[in-house]
Design a protein around this ligand. Structure first.
Ligand code: ZN
Length: 262
């Protein structure tokens, strides 16, 4: 109780403090969406960035040397995604690990025969149950500059984090009344049908892997290129707006957010 009171007092002080000019330059250059935020939201985002940079341990892996650009651009995208919720979304996250490219994560399993096997799975990013977000820095940078289409790694991993708040990363969002999950399942079926018919879909078909991946990949598109997503499926857009408590369609230019970065 005392700890949380002290923490929120510290957070208020961090959020109200001056935002260094160098961070400002890096944030605006590296997180293109910041320029489209209304002033109040922009201020909120900068406060969240200051809190994340103070509270989370950012670490470079496999020889990646961290600098302010990497820290500010990564925290900026985390804050953008959580803007309608709260920086509390990241409370269980201790570290943000950044790699110079895609990386291989150690995996192990026991086969039915009782034999243990180990292998390394190539990944762009992941959120681990031990409280770390692991990211490929080139993909983080591309997402912030809107140069990766509707993809954005930080948004993807933050979506898994939100999804996992209820203990399970399963595409079901905490606080839903059951109707959210039902309508979300209908949206997944609709997406799969359109894909089967060979028609265009606004986001990557990696979404069909599982309900959790559908939520994460659709969330990337929701933030990065919301207009095609809304035209594709109004209900899906509304469900995502409910989950994230944001309406990016109001700020991202209709000409297509993802394409503006070139
Ligand atoms: Zn995923």
């Amino acid at each position: 109780m005392l700890f949380s009171w002290l923490r929120s007092r510290r957070r208020r002080a961090l959020a109200a403090g001056p935002f260094p000019a160098e961070w400002e330059r890096l944030l605006v250059a590296g997180v293109r969406q910041v320029a489209w935020l209304p002033p109040d939201d922009g201020q909120l985002l900068r406060g969240m960035v200051a809190v994340l940079l103070a509270e989370k341990r950012f670490e470079g892996c496999s020889g990646l040397e961290l600098d302010d650009e990497i820290r500010v651009v990564t925290a900026g995208q985390m804050a953008l995604t959580a803007l309608g919720l709260s920086v509390d979304l990241f409370d269980r996250l201790g570290s943000v690990l950044l790699y110079p490219g895609d990386f291989k994560a150690p995996r192990s399993a026991t086969l039915g025969s009782g034999v243990d096997i180990e292998w390394r799975e190539p990944l762009e990013g992941e959120v681990s149950t031990t409280g770390a977000m692991v990211l490929s820095w080139p993909r983080v940078r591309a997402g912030g500059r809107l140069r990766d289409g509707a993809r954005a790694l930080v948004i993807h991993e933050t979506a898994h984090l939100l999804d996992g708040l209820d203990g399970e990363i399963d595409g079901a969002i905490t606080g839903g009344d059951g109707r959210w999950e039902e309508e979300f399942a209908v949206c997944r079926d609709h997406y799969a049908e359109v894909l089967d018919e060979g028609r265009a879909v606004p986001f990557d078909d990696y979404a069909t892997t599982s309900p959790a991946e559908f939520f994460a990949v659709a969330s990337e598109c929701f933030f990065q290129d919301p207009h095609p997503l809304w035209r594709f499926d109004h209900t899906l857009y509304d469900l995502l707006a409910m989950a994230w408590r944001q309406d990016p369609r109001r700020r991202v230019p209709a000409s297509g957010g993802a394409r503006r970065g070139g």
